[in-house]
Write a protein that binds this ligand. Structure first.
Ligand SMILES: *Cc1c(COP(=O)(O)O)cnc(C)c1O
Length: 400
């Protein structure tokens, strides 16, 4: 199928929610950090198959093998039954998170939805009826379902869908005094991304996350960390929070968790974990055998292949190359990030033009607004691929 045919079919048969962000191509195939369109052009994928999902690159052999084997044995049963992949996955996550227990779902929004329900239930069980407040930050992104949308601190996504769920307060990110003013004994939970991803890659400072954790303890509120984008090793540790020395009550995962297959998870430690029990929450596909097997293969590969350290090293290499480029390229204002989650602020509103030209030159990257570039390469990205990406970005910045 060519691009014209794809665009026409979308127009006729799909709800038009994506055309403005679509790259002008129909992707046919992917392998590692490379994809090919239906016309045979090859691209270097620096956004992990779209927004941090293909954490090991496209079609990683171990994930493909696990999916193929599982598909031939057992794809799905509801939670009326035990299946081994979900239990094995829960055990892996339990060990990686120092004892958290899991609820499995199908997306990031759903994981946050579960976290918000858990926080409200926990507050009612351990406080009183007034303890329903959820504090989150401006420019956060937590998903598009009603609770996760209410948590998302970006009016552009809420516009037209009001009223939002009551009880949500937004404060500026990395501003501890604003958080202090907002958190009280009526707060059920604070929800934060350790690094704000979707709004442009803004890492929390150490003092901030530590300070928010202390505030949560003082007011008996749960610290919920949305690691849907930062988790799974992308930042160089399995969870980004490990680098901050905080202990969240709840962590949400999705995006890369199953190496490209849709899945989400909410992890909670005691006493929060015990606040949800049958029949409080459930979902038909949660922990289904096929995605769970893909997630087990993904996590085992990350650990066994030493990809946590590798992601850290490659992330440092990427930032180092960008910093070197900044010396000769005045369009680059600031470079932020941890591991393979990097944002580049430009001094001019040329990000969309950079994205377009890089794409024409065979490199795919994301933008935020008019002046931020966002790079989210897979954890399997090679030094040579980073070099290629930087060369194309360098030529593009010189040309726009
Ligand atoms: C992508 C994302 C979500 C939403 O995940 P979906 O699977 O699209 O619902 C939530 N939080 C963060 C931090 C994200 O990056």
């Amino acid at each position: 199928m060519d691009l014209n045919h794809a665009q026409q079919t979308e127009k006729d048969c799909m709800i038009g929610l994506y055309p403005p962000i679509r790259f002008p191509m129909v992707i046919a195939r992917g392998e590692g950090c490379r994809v090919w369109d239906t016309e045979g052009h090859e691209y270097l994928d620096l956004l992990s198959g779209g927004r941090a999902v293909n954490i090991l690159g496209h079609c990683h052999p171990k994930v493909v093998e696990a999916i193929c084997i599982q598909a031939g044995v057992l794809m799905h049963t509801s939670n009326d039954f035990y299946t081994e992949p979900a239990l094995e996955l829960a055990k892996l996550l339990h060990d990686l998170s120092d004892g958290m227990r899991a609820f499995f779902c199908n997306s990031g929004a759903e994981a946050n939805e579960a976290a918000i329900k858990l926080a409200r239930k926990h507050a009612i069980m351990h406080g009183d009826e007034s303890k329903v407040g959820i504090v989150t930050t401006f420019n956060s992104f937590h998903g598009r379902t009603f609770a996760s949308l209410s948590a998302t601190g970006q009016p552009k996504y809420q516009k037209g869908f009001g009223p939002m769920l009551p009880g949500f307060t937004h404060v500026p990110y990395n501003d501890l005094s604003a958080m202090e003013a907002a958190v009280s004994d009526t707060t059920a939970a604070v929800i934060l991304e350790p690094i704000q991803g979707e709004s442009g890659v803004y890492p929390a400072t150490q003092e901030y996350l530590k300070g928010v954790e202390a505030l949560c303890r003082t007011h008996n509120a749960l610290l919920v960390l949305d690691e849907i984008q930062t988790g799974m090793g992308r930042t160089g540790t399995f969870f980004a929070y490990e680098q901050y020395g905080v202990t969240p009550d709840v962590v949400t995962l999705a995006k890369g968790i199953a190496g490209g297959v849709p899945m989400g998870a909410m992890l909670a430690r005691e006493p929060a974990a015990s606040s949800l029990a049958f029949p409080d929450h459930a979902t038909t596909f949660g922990g289904s055998a096929l995605p769970a097997a893909a997630a087990v293969a993904t996590i085992k590969t990350i650990i066994e292949d030493g990809l946590l350290d590798y992601a850290k090293t490659m992330g440092e290499y990427l930032v180092q190359k960008l910093c070197a480029l900044q010396q000769s390229q005045p369009l680059i204002k600031e470079i932020r990030g941890r591991g393979l989650m990097v944002g580049v602020d430009l001094t001019q509103p040329v990000a969309p033009a950079v994205k377009k030209t890089c794409c024409e030159r065979g490199v795919l990257l994301l933008t935020v607004g008019d002046s931020i570039l966002r790079l989210l390469p897979a954890m399997s990205v090679t030094r040579e691929q980073i070099d290629t990406g930087i060369t194309v970005i360098e030529e593009t910045l010189a040309a726009v």
